[in-house]
Design a protein. Structure first.
Length: 77
């Protein structure tokens, strides 16, 4: 993987830290990243209407009222 000189320098400095300092730095970096992710705008919301017509071929030739009547009749055993 190709990295920048700055990245390599940071990694080299990280490796020279004590284990306790490495862990603290990782926690701080994760916290920083979380704040950045939270600050980003959320993805566009979708409308239920985008699903309109999805699967309509399944219902072709089926009478909706007859289907409902059959389902209701099956509830009573």
């Amino acid at each position: 993987m190709s990295t920048s000189p700055q990245y390599d320098e940071i990694l080299n400095r990280f490796e020279r830290l004590s284990t306790a300092d490495q862990l603290q730095l990782l926690e701080d970096l994760v916290s920083l990243m979380r704040r950045q992710v939270i600050a980003q705008p959320s993805p566009a919301r979708h409308s239920i209407m985008e699903l309109r017509g999805l699967g309509k071929e399944i219902w072709e030739g089926i009478d909706a009222q007859e289907y409902v009547n059959q389902e209701r009749a099956s509830w009573n055993g």
